[in-house]
Structures are given as structure tokens and as C-alpha cells.
Design a protein around this ligand. Sequence first.
Ligand SMILES: Cc1cc2nc3c(=O)[nH]c(=O)nc-3n(C[C@H](O)[C@H](O)[C@H](O)COP(=O)(O)OP(=O)(O)OC[C@H]3O[C@@H](n4cnc5c(N)ncnc54)[C@H](O)[C@@H]3O)c2cc1C
Length: 393
Amino acid sequence: MMLGFLLARAGIRVVVLEKHPDFLRDFRGDTVHPSTLELIYELGLLDEFLRLPHRKVDRLSMQIGSRIVRMIDMRHLPTHCKFIALMPQWDFLNFLADHGRRYPQFDLRMRAEATDLIEEDGRIVGIRANTPEGECTVRAELVVGADGRHSTVRAKGGLRSSDYGAPMDVLWFRVTRRDSDGDEVFGHIEAGTMMVMLDRGDYWQCAYVIPKGGIDRVKANGIVAFRERVLALSPFLADRIGEIKSFEDVKLLSVAVDRLPQWWRPGLICIGDAAHAMSPIGGVGVNIAVQDAVAAANRLAAPLKSGGVTDEDLRAIQDRRAFPARLTQQIQLTMQNRIIGPALQATREVEPPFLFRLFDAFPVLRRIPARLLAVGIRPEHVQTPDAGAGSVT
Ligand SMILES: Cc1cc2nc3c(=O)[nH]c(=O)nc-3n(C[C@H](O)[C@H](O)[C@H](O)COP(=O)(O)OP(=O)(O)OC[C@H]3O[C@@H](n4cnc5c(N)ncnc54)[C@H](O)[C@@H]3O)c2cc1C
């Protein structure tokens, strides 16, 4: 959506296909980081964006065993917004879509599911999609696969990913939030369990972490046992835990970490999770996908205007974005494999790792993870012009 909007804004005709009729998907992250807010500022849309309902988080703590460790402090970031805006992603996507629609060259087609690529002489020249009106084809100078971690586009393009594994899956459910609940502690790890709670105003979006493939065991133990495990982590939910009536109210989200060795082939490139599926750790995936989109727009706007996207352009996008994606995934894998995985297997009380205790003890150190998480590695800036609604290529 971000890439479509930026290219349309630069005067290039874009077709965005979305298989669902709306953006009300619960699997999406809610964390709009300072890096993304900075881009929205650069687009001149920040005031309007911040008028949408959201919650601000400028510090993050985590409870590990019996100890609460303060880990991240964003109040000193070199960005206009020194906080994460917690906003349901459907609001963010609708915001971008509404701004895209101001340009006649932006053609967003909902309920259009990409099913195959059109290839001629070894080059991708378009896409096939199922729509309520039947199959349609879109021919294009360039196809961009931004269709997430189960990407059809990358599979049809024959791009194969390397899987780095994830020791966990996530059970996703909501319970009522009260203003008296407090909001700074965002995650809690105990031996054998972990839960993260996202403040969505009148309810908590809860992510209860289980060992990979452990859903059958959780279900076999029954919903009462599940509620008890949740309460052990967040006892203040006792008066509303009954809102989780059955496993119908609990969705399984599988976590993957993978990456394409090559993100492109002539006429096609993948970005976001389609190129590098991110773990939920740090809530960075959405923001990295947005950074990919900005880098792609910066590189592609000129060649798309002149109708001559080369392999060199596509290679340059991967060269620019592969390093931030790889390093961020490495940090996620270290957290997964050194902290979360062992904690989920632990039978005795878990302790915060030494590094986390340092963050807790020395406030100035909390600026380091803040910078990594909230600004990211190699932050992008909008370099594409606003060509206005009349200039179409
Ligand atoms: C449990 C869990 C929690 C997470 N929490 C966070 C978080 O809090 N913050 C964060 O930043 N990241 C989070 N992430 C990571 C984040 O979800 C991804 O990194 C991010 O969504 C990637 O964005 P994307 O645009 O590349 O793909 P997606 O967000 O997956 O978007 C892909 C889009 O393509 C559409 N689509 C798919 N196939 C087709 C098709 N064939 N034709 C047409 N349309 C199609 C989908 O409907 C979707 O709209 C989480 C991940 C998991 C697994």
C-alpha cells in the first residue's frame, strides 16, 4: 500500500491487488514506529495521521520471572515522534489507501487475489488474479510481491526462501481493558509461558506465546486450564477472563522467520514479509515492510516513468534493504533462541539476562535498543516527488 501510494503520488500508474474485501485482519501488527511516523511527517501527513485514534508508548518494560526490567526509552530519539503509535493496522492501511485514492493513477482493487504471473521470454510482464467478476490480468512494467509471509507471488516467481525457524507460535485473543489496568509493562515471561498485551483502548489484544506446534496440547488441556495460565501471567484479568469462552475465541498465528537469497528476477521483485518474513519480536515487521516500500519507490520512480526498469534497479533495492532485514532478523533469532525458546522449555523460575539487567540499571543504555527498534538500521527517507493528481505515466 505504501509503495502504491508513493508511486501514484510520483505520477505513475499503479494497480494494488488485495485479496480481502477490507483490511480488518487481526494478524497484523499494531505498532507504528517512529521510523514510519517520520516518513508520514515527510509526506506532510503527520497531523492528520495522529488525529486517528491511537495510544502512545514511549517506554517499554518487561516482566521476567518476578522482576520488572525497564528496557527501552524512546524519549530521546532524533525523530519528530518519540513514541510508538499503537494503532490497529486497518486504520493505518485505510489512511494510506484514502491518500492514494486522491491520485487517479492509484487503482486499488479489493477482493482481487493474485494467482499467477505472466511470463514472456524469461521476464515477468504481468499478473493473473481472481476477482468477483472472474479472472483478470494486469500487464505491467514491474510486478511487486508484497503479499506477506505466505506470498503467492514469490512462489509463482520461483523465488525460494531460506527458513531460519521459530521456536514458537502465538495464540491471539482479546479481553476488555480498564483504565485502571496501567499500560507500561508490555510483556511477561515465566517458566513455560509468555504473553504480550497490546493496548487497543477498550480492549487488550493478547499474544500468548506457546512452543511451536504446541496448540494440540493447549487444546487437550482445555479452556479452563488455558484461562488459568493466562491469569498466572496477568492476574488483573480475573474479572473478565470468562470472555474467552472457548478456543473459538483464540486464534493460532504461526510465526516464521525466512528470507529470500534473491528478492527479484527480471520484471519482478518481492518486498516486506514476502522477501523476509519477520518474527513478531520487537513489533518491527510492519515498519520494515514500509521501509522496503520507500526504498523501492525511491529507486523505481524514475525508471518507471521512463518505462525502463532494469535488473540493476532491482538488485540495488535488494542490496539496500537486505542488510537491515538480515540484521533485524538476527536480533530476533537471538531473542527467540536464547531467551524465549529456553523460557518456554524452563521448569524453574526464569531470570532476566545480564544485558537486560544492565538496561534496567542504567537508564542511558535504554536509548540503544530504542534506537535499533524504533528508528531501525539504515532508515529510509521519502525522495519521490508529489507530481500532483494530473501527471500520469
Ligand atoms: C503473531 C504475529 C504478530 C506480529 N505483530 C507485529 C507487530 O505488532 N508489529 C509489527 O510491526 N509486526 C508484527 N508482526 C510482523 C508483521 O505482521 C509483518 O512483518 C508485516 O505484516 C509484513 O508486512 P507486509 O506488508 O509485507 O505483509 P502483510 O502485512 O502480510 O500484508 C500482505 C497483504 O497481502 C494480501 N495478500 C496475500 N496474498 C495475496 C494474494 N495472493 N493476492 C492479493 N493479496 C494478497 C494480504 O491479505 C495482506 O493484506 C507480527 C507477526 C506475527 C506472526
